[in-house]
Design a protein around this ligand. Structure first.
Ligand code: PEP
Ligand code: MG
Length: 539
């Protein structure tokens, strides 16, 4: 939080880029009120009617929303149609539970199940279930009419918001979504992006004040009761965003970006193969970072060699000889994976994560290395290790990889050792950069900044301190770039700084000439380089 004499500013995480200036409307779940229960037969009838009404409401919403939104709602419909599940609730009513109590406890048990899943996708489903729970309870309480009265253009603030409540809001007049918790990977974030509704998540605790709000989905800020000056600056950012979006797409088609006559290579970061469907992805110079740990969390079980090989091969085929840098599993820290990461670490960001974990679990790591070694013969593959602290770890990883390649080749399977690099995201690695014998470096500024600044990257309360432009962070970036220049080793930066136009001048001045950005930021970054190159500043 940044308090100022003029208004309160909060920083969270961007889930959907865009700007909203409007009345602040707080939305709560409020389903804990009293309800007078009837006899057993009345309660069973009440629940039956509430389920039917909820099904009808959801079907209507799905009809209006269509597409992906309808698919999300299908999950809720499927549960309502699951006879075994519903029968068990009627059995509890038969045992004397009121309809709302029986319904709530059955849904709460399901929600707890989904919440405890390691898989982010399954976790995200728990908010769909909470939504369904609340919808039926509201109907049982006679409160099931049109739920939210939200003025056009409002900034909706909630702890979290389920997809169906998002769909009930009329966004045609603009507006935005500010969540105190929430996640950029949730369904509601996906819907917001698809509809161009700005959304900021993980804003943390916000006092119950504020009648007006500015939501900046680009800078991930929420400003309450802003002063005239805050509004002026906000409108300036909004206007510049609108203009640059409009002109950026033309620049995107130009073959290269350059700054002061030097070529700047722009790669993209992906988590999954699907991310390549982004319309701007085709204009990238290649893939600068594939975060493979998202393959681990997708299915709830560790993917086998063939599944991984197919994913890596699909990316290489898409890239068609452009370089593809795949990072080995960076599980641990804020990315726990059931059956892989350690439970109960007191300080997981400083724990057994990244390459440390892979070296501790060679049986899991070897499967990934086999898939990568097989993919390496199919395209321009580079592989990098995350969270490397010492040269000995790099060498241990390299040895495992070389052994895997040798075994594959001995079995007559096409495989090779790809170019090997490391992420520079632990301060010790940046400070001792000359000790790493590797063919490339990729700076992970997200982690580098958290470790240099001693700020947990997921702690919203530290957002104002978590400044990647802090001179200490820039010093380590510049040292790494300088070492790369002297030793003719390529150095890129793939943390979120690269996707932030405000950081570009500093990164270029640090000597970086390769950046890997989110596909949605590619146009804007290319355009910013163009402006800086022609002597223009940032807007
Ligand atoms: C980083 O730390 O900057 C990075 C790119 O990796 P991740 O955000 O996945 O930790
Ligand atoms: Mg990292």
């Amino acid at each position: 939080m940044q308090g100022s004499a003029t208004g309160l500013a909060y920083r969270g995480r961007t889930a959907s880029i865009g700007f909203a200036h409007g009345p602040l409307v707080r939305v709560g779940a409020d389903t804990n009120g009293e309800r007078v229960a009837g006899n057993l037969a009345e309660e069973a009838l009440a629940l039956r009617a509430a389920i039917e009404a909820a099904s009808g409401q959801i079907a209507d919403l799905a009809g209006i929303a269509g597409g992906e939104a309808a698919q999300i709602l299908e999950f809720q419909v499927a549960l309502l149609e699951d006879e075994d599940f519903i029968q068990a609730i009627f059995a509890s009513i038969g045992d004397g539970d009121p309809a709302d109590v029986a319904w709530r406890s059955a849904l709460d048990a399901q929600i707890a199940d989904y919440n405890s899943a390691a898989d982010e996708y399954l976790k995200a489903r728990s908010s769909d279930l909470a939504d369904l729970r609340d919808r039926v309870i509201n109907i049982l309480r006679g409160d099931g009419g049109p739920a939210l009265e939200i003025p056009s253009g409002a900034v909706v603030c909630a702890d979290d918001l389920p997809p169906s409540r998002f769909l009930e809001i009329d966004w045609s007049g603009g507006g935005g979504l500010a969540l105190l918790r929430g996640s950029p990977t949730s369904h509601v974030a996906m819907l917001a992006r698809a509809r161009g509704i700005p959304m900021v998540v993980q804003l943390g605790a916000i006092p119950d004040v504020g009648a007006n709000a500015l939501l900046d989905g680009e800078g991930a800020t929420l400003e309450l009761d802003p002063s005239a000056e805050q509004v002026r600056l906000f409108e300036k950012r909004r206007e510049s965003h609108r203009k640059s979006r409009a002109s950026a797409r033309a620049i995107l088609r130009r073959p290269t970006a350059s700054w002061r006559g030097e070529r700047i290579k722009l790669f993209i970061n992906i988590q999954r193969v699907d991310d390549l469907e982004h319309p701007d992805a085709q204009y990238a110079d290649g893939i600068g970072l594939m975060r493979t740990e998202f393959l681990l969390t997708e299915r709830g079980s560790l993917p086998d060699e063939e599944t991984q090989f197919q994913a890596y091969d699909a990316v290489l085929r898409w890239a068609d000889q452009r370089p593809v840098t795949i990072r080995t599993f960076d599980a641990g820290g804020d990315k726990p994976v059931a059956g892989f990461t350690l439970d109960g670490e007191a300080n997981p960001f400083l724990g057994v994560r990244g390459l440390r974990l892979c070296l501790a679990r060679p049986e899991i790591f070897a499967i990934q290395l086999r898939a990568l070694a097989r993919a390496a013969v199919r395209g321009n593959l580079k592989v990098m290790f995350p969270m490397v602290t010492s040269a000995a770890e790099l060498e241990a990883g390299r040895k495992l990889f070389a052994d895997v390649v040798q075994r594959l080749q001995a079995d007559g399977i096409a495989a090779m050792l790809p170019e090997l690099g490391i992420m520079v995201e632990v301060p010790a690695a940046a400070l001792a950069i000359t000790s790493f014998k590797t063919s490339f470096f990729s700076i992970g500024s997200n982690d580098l900044a958290q470790y240099v600044l001693a700020c947990d990257r997921s702690n919203g309360a530290l957002a104002p301190l978590m400044d990647p432009l802090h001179p200490a962070v820039l010093e380590l970036i510049a040292r790494t770039a300088e070492h790369g220049r002297r030793a003719a080793i390529s150095v890129s930066l793939c943390g979120d700084m690269a996707s932030d136009p405000r950081c570009l001048p500093a990164l270029l001045n640090c000597g970086l000439r390769e950046l890997s950005v989110n596909a949605s930021a590619l146009a804007q970054i290319k355009q910013t380089i163009d402006r800086l190159s022609s002597g223009g500043g940032l807007d």
